[in-house]
Design a protein around this ligand. Structure first.
Ligand code: DP6
Length: 360
């Protein structure tokens, strides 16, 4: 059977991940090696995913990419690095009965058309680059029958597309290791915990503003590395301690500690942004009102029932437990109201707890 004139295609979806211990700052810009390890939860829910179809043909003249219906440049160094590394690890394509359909050496003659869509706001601090690049790398790897030469290799490729993308290749609680090897082969993402004992965890996302942020994470963290002393202190002195406490909290199903560290981490990340020169402001007044709301809510309830975390944007991710969800949503409604138009108003969507499934 000849596939010479056939179009080959694969479609995959990848989830968003939310960092509880933040990645902010690289020690190697080229290989995207982080200053510190980070930890996230994968949100395996239908309304926060990237879906990517990759079509391959020998008759395409070049690789092309469409993102949310608009053609985008695919010549960026990051995307080209991912494609090159995936091609290097390509395997033979065989039919179910073992017949060789495409030998691995043949893939170099194929070009890709990649069509990718997010079903949530892109580049608004909702980890769209994480799910986007994870999906990009995973779907091409599937098409090329990519074979890992060491465990976690695919995550090292996704990492070179966008750092946080390596964490979206796995489910549950995911640790992206800092690594020490200069070539970055040990800076991989690993599932730290399946999240099976955390089925009662609920995530509420408050869209404060769905416009693209002014300072990209990549540019923002570069300036922070150059100018923020707090970031240096944080990566050496604070993160190792918080990560170890978080690991214990996850194991012991200790929501209070998990929630407290999550809020502290978010606050320290935004403090580093403020310590950057010139400072970077991702939080808006509405974001700050949400922070105040959470602390008031917890104080009124006499414990830690809800936590917030913010990435490089104004939108809030709240963490709570199932038993508290209705009460929290009612209080949010009372305080903020939900607006269908999401400019500086607050809308919410309630997501299920993270799952441990692999993507696809
Ligand atoms: C604030 O992964 O988008 O969301 O590696 O330069 O592509 P690049 O940055 P990116 O940074 C995300 C930073 C963050 C925190 C986190 O997800 O850990």
């Amino acid at each position: 059977m000849s596939l010479e004139n056939e179009l080959l295609s694969v479609t995959c979806t990848a989830p968003v991940n939310i960092a509880l211990i933040k990645y902010w700052g690289k020690r190697d810009e080229e290989k995207i090696l982080p200053l510190n390890p980070s930890l996230s939860i994968t949100l395996d829910v239908d309304d926060l995913r990237t879906k990517t179809t990759v079509v391959a043909s020998k008759h395409f003249d070049r690789d092309r990419l469409w993102l949310n219906g608009k053609e985008h440049d695919i010549s960026s160094k990051r995307m080209q690095t991912c494609i090159t590394k995936l091609r290097q690890g390509a395997g033979d394509l065989r039919s179910d009965d073992g017949t060789l359909l495409i030998a691995k050496e043949e893939w170099k003659h194929y070009r890709f058309h990649i069509i990718s869509e997010n079903n949530f706001p892109t580049a608004a601090g909702l980890a769209s680059s994480a799910s986007g690049l994870a999906c990009f790398v995973y779907s091409i790897s599937q098409l090329l029958c990519f074979k890992e030469t060491f465990p976690g290799e695919l995550t090292t490729i996704a990492r070179q597309g966008s750092g946080s993308a390596c964490r979206s290749l796995l489910g549950g609680f995911v640790l992206w290791e800092c690594g020490i090897a200069p070539d970055g082969t040990d800076s991989i993402a690993k599932q730290m915990d399946t999240g099976d004992k955390w089925k009662h965890l609920r995530i509420v996302i408050l869209i404060v503003n769905d416009q693209q942020k002014k300072t990209s994470s990549t540019a923002g963290m570069q300036t922070s590395v150059q100018t923020s002393d707090l970031l240096k202190f944080r990566s050496k002195e604070v993160v190792p301690v918080q990560l170890s406490r978080m690991r214990d909290a996850i194991k012991e199903e200790d929501f209070t500690t998990l929630a407290t560290i999550t809020m502290q981490e978010s606050n320290q990340f935004h403090a580093c942004c403020l310590d950057t020169f010139p400072p970077i402001f991702y939080l808006t007044d509405v974001s700050k009102e949400i922070i105040q709301f959470v602390h008031d809510y917890n104080a009124k309830c006499g414990g830690t029932f809800v936590a917030y975390t913010f990435d490089a944007g104004p939108n809030a991710v709240l963490l709570t437990q199932d038993e508290n969800l209705d009460k929290l949503v009612a209080s949010l409604y009372q305080r903020f109201g939900f607006f269908p138009v999401t400019r500086e108003g607050v809308t919410s969507s309630v997501c299920e707890s993270p799952q441990s499934d692999q993507i696809i």
